[in-house]
Write a protein that binds this ligand. Structure first.
Ligand code: G3P
Length: 217
């Protein structure tokens, strides 16, 4: 399963890239606003930190203007992936762009039928939002399971990019279901390495090693 960083914070992306665990980045208008940076500038900088796809989202609601915005965004770098909302205009834009070989991430997916449409529109990625479903008392991971079944039934190439990931259990369940990608805030990804027994084990080993009086270097 690929790990994308769901952020526009340069320092966090650099830190994650240094671990070798970063496969791409996703941004959205809220994350750009939070970064306080210029959209074009920060996206270009992010594209230089990973060779993987970097999702940059259009803000227009109609197909024609979405295409014009996509034209500007895809000039930023070769690894830009155009993010469009899961609306009829977004799907039309997806079809047009992927037909020309541009990567497209269809976002704000909240139902399996929507994901079916995204695949039929040739999406490179579909982004179902699990955390926002959980916020509303619906188990978001059930949606991922349904999409996996549908995509496997018809051998769709569209990758399931689990979004709105909030914690380690979302990551674990995504991997168990067989999602292709998950995007999460870097701190959620880094925290996956933590285990109290790992810390305790290191402590014990180091205490015993000290008793030997030896050193490796
Ligand atoms: O990039 C979209 C998505 O991951 C948003 O997550 O936490 O705002 O629901 P969240």
């Amino acid at each position: 399963m690929k790990f994308f960083a769901d952020t526009a914070e340069i320092d966090d992306i650099k830190e994650l890239a240094a671990t070798g665990l970063l496969d791409g980045v996703t941004t959205n208008p809220s994350l750009i606003a939070k970064s306080g940076r210029n959209f074009m500038e920060v996206t270009k900088e992010i594209c230089g930190l990973t060779s993987g796809p970097v999702s940059a989202e259009v803000v227009a609601l109609d197909h024609e203007t979405m295409l014009k915005e996509a034209e500007v965004l895809r000039k930023i770098a070769d690894n830009v992936c155009i993010k469009v909302p899961l609306t009829i205009d977004g799907l039309k834009t997806c079809k047009a762009l992927t037909g020309e070989g541009t990567m497209v991430n269809v976002t704000l997916c909240f139902s399996a039928n929507q994901a079916l449409l995204a695949a039929k529109a040739g999406a490179t990625f579909v982004s179902p939002f699990v955390g926002r479903h959980d916020d509303n008392g619906v188990n978001g991971m059930e949606l991922i399971r349904d999409i996996r079944t549908i995509y496997d039934n018809y051998l769709f190439d569209t990758e399931i990019l689990v979004a709105s990931v909030r914690h380690a259990t979302h990551v674990l369940e995504s991997a168990l279901i067989g999602a292709d990608v998950m995007t999460a805030p870097p701190k959620v990804i880094m925290a996956l390495a933590n285990h109290v027994l790992t810390d305790k084990g290191i402590e014990g080993f180091l205490a015993d090693w000290a008793k030997t009086g030896q050193s490796i270097l």
